[in-house]
Design a protein around this ligand. Structure first.
Ligand SMILES: C[S@@+](CC[C@H](N)C(=O)[O-])C[C@H]1O[C@@H](n2cnc3c(N)ncnc32)[C@H](O)[C@@H]1O
Length: 233
């Protein structure tokens, strides 16, 4: 199969392509994505949805996951800060994947793998209890009430996330949307998580790095919220 980012057959409502890629970004996609892309995640490569060999793939190291990494600044920052873990980032937006690849070249990190598609593809093929930490930074807000069911913090996504997370593993959510905070606090605990911390602007996690969407939110006068959950033991 091609090493171009893929989209899957399931409903994905976000953008997959943005403005025209720069020549350098096309080069990163052509030269680097093939090496960094996680194999066996797409339906085309793994139609039987056989579980990934997580131990072999990730060298018996803790596996972390970032959902919707956008331009990849947080993902690369975490990979550089925690060289002893392996981090997988999922992002269907091709321009975001290209931006991440540029940052990986600049940072020289080697503990990061990419699924250039929907995180649900990965949920399908991860064994139970293997993810030791998960980041959900500025998920798509879907502000209209009739679209709230598209949010990540709904039972379909959260049930799948709970299954793949290790008991006691941390799940971090950052958002600038008060109604997203409300829904997160309502939906995440029944999926099998305990709320352990809730902070506001200026009180992010010690190892946090601000993302493109956080910058945008602050510029537009919206305040960050940082929620920390733990998978029930
Ligand atoms: C508002 S942006 C935030 C990007 C980045 N985390 C940040 O803070 O700058 C949300 C991102 O989530 C991605 N996304 C939405 N649904 C997703 C899914 N099912 N799997 C993986 N990524 C998804 C979108 O493509 C988009 O890039």
């Amino acid at each position: 199969m091609s090493d171009q980012p893929v989209t899957e057959r399931r409903n994905f409502y976000g953008r997959v392509h943005g403005k025209t890629l720069r020549a350098s970004q096309k080069q990163y996609l052509a030269e680097d994505l093939g090496k960094l892309r996680l194999r066996g995640v797409t339906v085309e490569e793994n139609p039987a949805r056989a579980p990934l060999d997580v131990v072999g793939l990730f060298r018996e190291r803790p596996l972390w996951l970032e959902v919707g990494f956008g331009g990849g600044e947080h993902l690369v920052h975490m990979a550089a800060r925690y060289p002893e873990v392996e981090i997988v980032g999922c992002e269907p937006f091709v321009n975001g994947v290209a931006m991440l690849l540029g940052k990986i070249r600049a940072a020289g990190v080697e503990n990061l793998r990419i699924h250039p598609g929907d995180v649900r593809d990965l949920f399908d093929v991860l064994p139970d209890g293997v993810v030791a930490k998960c980041f959900l930074n500025y998920p798509d807000p879907w502000p209209k009430a009739r679209h709230h069911r598209r949010r990540f913090v709904t039972p379909g996504y959260l049930g799948a996330l709970a299954r793949v997370m290790r008991p006691g593993a941390e799940f971090r959510v950052a958002t600038d949307i008060p109604d997203y905070v409300r829904q997160t606090l309502e939906e995440v605990p029944p999926a099998g998580f305990d709320l352990v911390a809730r902070h506001g602007a200026g009180e992010a996690w010690d190892d946090w790095i601000s993302t493109r969407y956080e910058h945008k939110a602050l510029r537009e006068g919206r305040q960050p919220h940082y929620l920390t959950f733990r998978r029930k033991v």
